[in-house]
Ligand binder design. Sequence first.
Ligand SMILES: *Cc1c(COP(=O)(O)O)cnc(C)c1O
Length: 577
Amino acid sequence: MNMTEPTVAYVSMEIAVFPGVATYSGGLGVLAGDVVRAAADAGYPMAGVTLLYREGYFRQRLDASGTQHEEPQSWRPDLVLEALPQTVTVPISGRPVAVAIWCYPVIGVDGDRVPVYFLDTDRPENDDDARGLTRALYGGDARYRLEQETLLGLGTVAVLQALGYGRVGTYHMNEGHSALLVLALLDQLRTTEHGLPTPDDLARVRERCVFTTHTPVPAGHDRFGLDLANDVLGTEHVATLRALGLVDHDVLNLTHLALRASHFTNAVAMKHGEVSRAMFPDGTIHAITNGVHAGTWTSQPFKALFDRHLPGWRRDNWQLRQAIGIPLDEIAAAHAGAKLALVDRVAHATGKLLDPNRFTIGVARRLTAYKRNDLILRDTDRLAAIAKRFGGIQLVFSGKAHPRDWDGKAMIQHIVGTAHALAGDVEVVYVENYDMLWGAALTSGADLWLNTPRPPNEASGTSGMKAALNGVPSLSVMDGWWIEGALEGVTGWSIDAETGADDERTADALYTLLESTILPAYAHDRGTYLTTMRGAIAFNASHFNAQRMLAQYAIEAYVLPTTTAAPRENVKELLAG
Ligand SMILES: *Cc1c(COP(=O)(O)O)cnc(C)c1O
């Protein structure tokens, strides 16, 4: 990594770089990790910036009734990260806060590195409140949140400068959490010496900023009152935001700030683009559909299979298109290996022995009302009757509820409670503490990946893409990425969005698909089922991957400063060597 090279700074409240350490809560952090992993594979000049959470998000423990208990997930940064000698100070709530910097180098397939910097305020020179700012992800009240977002925003620009990054071409804000970096950039790029920054200064900042929005509902965007903003950011910063039209009346909305200060904004799937354009009619919002990092989310048996048939697939994910030529019996054998690995993991974690020959459905995602994780349990009699006809069904659930999401917590209790009642033809397991390792095991070991959000609330979703990489078809409501990935019977099976709007009808459609299409194929016509499994790889894994996503970002959104070397010389060298 050469710090004088032009660079994209990828800034995110969470970046998942080491599976077992909970510096991420879910999809947003995993996506951020996949972006930096794809950049490392491509040798693309990027640096990630995020905060270090010493107690992580939380460790989830479920009691016998399915009640979720949260515990700190403490870890030792010094065991996995390199402490850098530089420190910076960021003004937060009227006092200077000292920030230490840790680095984790993400290494790509060819050995290229993308550093991820973790900002840490747990320093002896800070007061207790300041030290606590990098304790927990998504914990605390509005002030804690705004202080963390100030640290991330102002800290990012200060840290990259302190580390000697000369030429950051683009600051990519992954969700609005990091939008306050705009204030630091205004300070850095302004040409006027006195008074507030001008619209021209803002224009220079916009050339450098790219924003990805992830939330399709207005309530999901961070908003703060201006009194709090004055307190945390200082009146001068708030006056700047006001003068440049970056606050609305008396609210600081970080999504609006990011939108107005970026030259390129994208939603994370095409449908999400439509929803976002309706929500923010004054901006241009593009759509770049998410993708997952193939090397991270492909299970060992499928890695071996792809290495045999498609050597080079790790460097060139488009080769996965050619999976269409892999013999079905080899797909079956690889999947059997991945399923056994899941059975093994579940046995170790829960003591429950799943049957590797039974049809197994995976349902794992954050527990929140619109995702309807428990929808398949709506009519247990019907589900049990279907299971009985086809040799039984196993359901493996996983996922955390935010500590204050009472609907989400109630859904876990419902699932765990129903498990006791159903046992027999339908075996239900709830795996605690969903993380990347469980995500990988579940999306590769299940026979079917189930997704039943209430449309159009799912911005993208990425777990079904991980399943596709492992030849696991989806059964999903038409929402998020699936609208683009759904080919009926070819990559999986779908429930249309109109049906999906109603819980009762969604459940009915789901049972009907299981009993009349999916289970008959699985139980009596395995060749047809395996053909769908293979189709999921060829059509979806070849497209919904992070390499394609990064290529789109690089082509459509990122601006790198031009190099000073004469291009002609470069061409000559290339031709010569
Ligand atoms: C992939 C992943 C997610 C995001 O998947 P969704 O389909 O968006 O729910 C969340 N958490 C973990 C641990 C993951 O691996």
